[in-house]
Design a protein around this ligand. Structure first.
Ligand code: XMP
Length: 515
């Protein structure tokens, strides 16, 4: 009971899946050339063909695998997907005489099952268009520059949209997807946090049987929700390990411990490895070296703990759906290594465990909804991302207990000020509000004057960014009074800091973290 989405390479394909899930309908993404049996194995009630960058009439263009029409399932093609259907069914697609990128207004024909009558604002992005319709099809909408903007053959239940219903710039898009997915395909709208939990619990029990399972929890939302789900399924068969690497923020260990303990009880094992990490980082200033040392140390500490617990056969990983989809298309990943991100402060990909990945088919917002439904506290479910190497990459230069203490104090003041101003809460997540805010301790000293005394001390940089996906980010235009108050408090309350600066670079060209 689901919808299958075939990916023809559009930058919006994941968004189609997100939107269908917003309708509470389960769907999965497949590469366009995935074997038909894999796609049909999820028992789809309809298929959506995504957009894509190619032209359907090019020689090596991605095509329509035969099983799609043979399945007789309802189909919806979006942009490239629509053109593919048209070409395959005997219509004609050609280079349009007016390329269209951006907002456009279409007028829908009356009495069609996808578009309500009247005009709609839509997002177009195409160079080709449909010139001749295949037999059985009628045009469902037109714009001034695109006479065939939507098509349908109600008998065969095949539809096409030249524009993108999945993007925000098509305000009625969700309704159009709903008409296809729910009304035409008849897919049940039963993908709720409760049903996700139920099916995850069942699957975990099937996979693990009576065997013991190990989880590494970081206090981040993914690993916490994954562990909580496994705990719900297996209870005391789970051991969850939280490593205190000494690179956490003020009060973080207590907060994470309390939140997870409430859920996991005695199955939570907190390992105090602060000294091990600090000694390993002694005299290390280079960012990549810090990352690799922290990564290796984590694995050593974790393995020692696993041994103590009798080396369970299964390991829980908080892999989420975008990770799965993106790892299928390596050409889309950033080619150059800017920073070693993945698995730093996490586990290597190949360990001698079988993996349990209860979040493998969930988007981030679904992980949060499941976390809330499982009763995890709000500050955990809505926690901002925190890098695996922790404060080590915000403590520029050498990482010592003394410098970490300074950094923690400054960071905590900055966050307190943001909270007091109402700028760090869950409703401001998801692109509109501050995506991440923190302090960085700089290894430079500057001269100041405090109570007639000359000072020569280190500086703190404050960083706050807005971002949708953390691939790009802009610096947050924080109120000046807030910055003034945070700077004032930091210089007065944190010994050894006499200057505060605010970082006003976007990403790119800077990155969010300083190291
Ligand atoms: P940058 O600094 O590259 O960071 O703009 C983008 C996002 O990734 C987080 N980040 C990390 N996360 N391990 C992680 O798990 C890391 O080593 C790491 N480095 C950066 C960063 O906080 C931001 O959200």
């Amino acid at each position: 009971m689901s919808i299958a989405i075939l990916d023809y390479g559009s930058q919006y394909t994941q968004l189609i899946a997100r939107r269908v899930r917003e309708l509470r309908v389960y769907c999965e993404l497949f590469p366009w050339d995935a074997p038909g049996q894999d796609v049909l194995a999820i028992a789809p009630q309809g298929l959506i063909l995504s957009g894509g960058p190619a032209s359907v009439y090019e020689n090596s263009a991605p095509f329509l695998p035969p099983y799609i029409l043979e399945s007789k399932l309802p189909l919806m093609g979006i942009c490239y997907g629509m053109q593919l259907l048209v070409q395959e069914l005997g219509g004609k697609v050609a280079l349009s005489n007016q390329r269209e990128y951006g907002l456009s207004e279409i007028t829908a024909s009356t009495g069609n099952p996808i578009l309500p009558p009247g005009t709609h604002q839509v997002w177009m992005s195409h160079g080709d268009w449909v010139e001749t319709l295949p037999s059985g099809f009628t045009s469902l909408a037109a714009s001034s520059s695109c006479p065939i903007a939507a098509i349908g053959d109600s008998k065969r239940r095949i539809y096409g949209l030249q524009f993108h219903p999945e993007v925000q710039h098509t305000p009625g898009g969700l309704g159009m997807l709903q008409r296809f997915v729910v009304d035409i395909c008849g897919a049940p709208a039963d993908w709720t946090p409760q049903s996700i939990i139920q099916s995850a619990v069942k699957k975990i029990r099937q996979q693990a049987g009576r065997q013991n399972v190990l989880a590494a929890v970081s206090g981040g939302v993914d690993s916490s929700v994954a562990a909580a789900l496994v705990h719900k399924a297996l209870g005391a068969q789970l051991s969850a390990v939280f490593v205190d690497n000494g690179l956490l923020r003020q009060g973080e260990r207590d907060q994470v411990e309390a939140a997870l303990h409430a859920r996991l009880g005695p199955e939570l094992h907190v390992v105090d490895a602060r000294q091990t990490f600090l000694s390993a980082l002694h005299n290390i200033n280079d960012p990549e070296q810090k990352r690799s040392i922290i990564g290796e140390t984590f694995i050593r500490v974790f393995e020692a703990q696993a041994k103590k617990l009798g080396k369970p056969r299964f390991l829980v990983q908080g892999t989420i759906y975008p990770d799965v989809v993106e790892s299928r298309a390596p050409e889309r990943a950033q080619a150059q290594r800017i920073k070693t991100h993945h698995n730093v402060g996490g586990l290597p990909e190949h360990m001698d465990f079988e993996l349990i990945e209860p979040l493998r088919y969930l988007f981030k917002d679904e992980v949060r909804a499941v976390g809330e439904a499982l009763g995890l506290p709000e500050e955990l479910v809505w926690r901002q991302p925190f890098p695996g190497p922790g404060l080590a990459v915000r403590c520029l230069g050498s990482v010592t207990e003394q410098r970490l203490t300074k950094l923690r104090a400054a960071d905590s003041i900055f966050r307190q000020e943001l909270i007091a101003a109402g700028l760090l809460n869950r409703h401001l997540h998801n692109g509109q509000g501050i995506a991440q805010a923190f302090a960085v301790l700089l290894p430079v000293r500057s001269v100041g004057v405090m109570g007639d005394q000359r000072t020569y001390q280190e500086a703190i940089a404050l960083r706050a960014v807005t971002s949708q996906d953390f691939m790009t980010a802009d610096w947050a235009r924080l109120p000046q009074e807030l910055l003034a108050s945070a700077a004032n408090r930091i210089v007065n309350e944190v010994a050894g800091v006499n200057r505060v600066v605010y970082d006003i670079t976007s990403k790119p060209p800077a990155t969010i973290e300083w190291e």
